[in-house]
Ligand binder design. Structure first.
Ligand code: HEM
Length: 205
């Protein structure tokens, strides 16, 4: 077995885990509160009253995690020239097996950097629209009527993005699950293959 190297530290794994748990609670309670046809989801949580409070608490924690990651990863998520080249190659998505021939990536590849921007923007927009729904007297009634469907649409966007993220993280890129949900380690060969620039930087610093 090849040597192990750390990909994510506890200061990244635990906030990500918290964010993921909050996301699941938010999605289940949110869908249950949104549609009568899905109200069985709130029943699972102990009724609409508990589901609503859970939604507010999980939403607040989720928004804090979003802000934390924007701050924590602000420098390593900058899009650089090699990321553009990586994105132009479609990240090897349509040529599985040719991954090794892609322009080398830093700590995150172009796709992860795009995903970061999409999830963090949707997360923050959900938090802002959610805050106005929580305190409905701030905005005029006419605007509020638009806010509910907008909040639901943003949530739908985030849930769809998350399905793709979870698929990529668990099945499409073997070895990556452990780095975020396990002990944070990956095999040296994995790091060299997927994040060559970061590997070179780490091994020569
Ligand atoms: C719910 C189950 C989730 C699973 C199983 C999961 C899994 C993972 C894994 C394995 C990684 C590390 C990928 C790597 O090795 O590079 C990762 C990274 C990341 N996760 Fe998640 N995640 C989940 C939820 C979320 C949520 C709710 C968000 C934000 C709304 C999120 C945002 C991110 C971001 C921005 C990264 C760094 C970029 C990337 O790797 O795509 N994740 N996740």
């Amino acid at each position: 077995m090849s040597k192990l190297v750390e990909r994510f530290g506890p200061d990244e794994r635990f906030p990500h885990m918290t964010m993921a748990i909050c996301f699941i609670l938010l999605a289940v309670s949110g869908m249950g509160l949104f549609s009568k046809d899905l109200s069985f989801l709130t029943a699972v949580m102990g009724g609409p009253f508990i589901a609503k409070w859970l939604h507010l608490v999980a939403g607040s924690v989720f928004a804090c995690c979003n802000l934390y990651f924007i701050f924590r990863w602000r420098s390593c998520m900058k899009i650089k020239e090699h990321d553009i080249a990586w994105l132009k190659e479609g990240g090897g998505l349509f040529s599985r097996g040719a991954h090794g021939k892609l322009p080398p990536s830093g700590r995150f590849n172009g796709g992860q950097k795009v995903l970061f921007r999409v999830t963090m923007s949707l997360g923050l927009l959900l938090a802002v629209t959610g805050l106005f729904i929580w305190f409905p007297k701030i905005l005029p009634k006419a605007l509020m009527a638009w806010l509910y469907p907008l909040h639901a649409l943003l949530a739908l966007g985030l849930m769809t993005t998350m399905l793709a993220h979870i698929y990529m993280a668990i099945w499409f890129v073997p070895g990556s699950f452990r780095s975020m949900w396990g002990d944070g380690m990956v095999e040296e060969a994995w790091m060299k293959y997927h994040h060559r620039k970061y590997y070179d930087y780490k091994t020569t610093e």
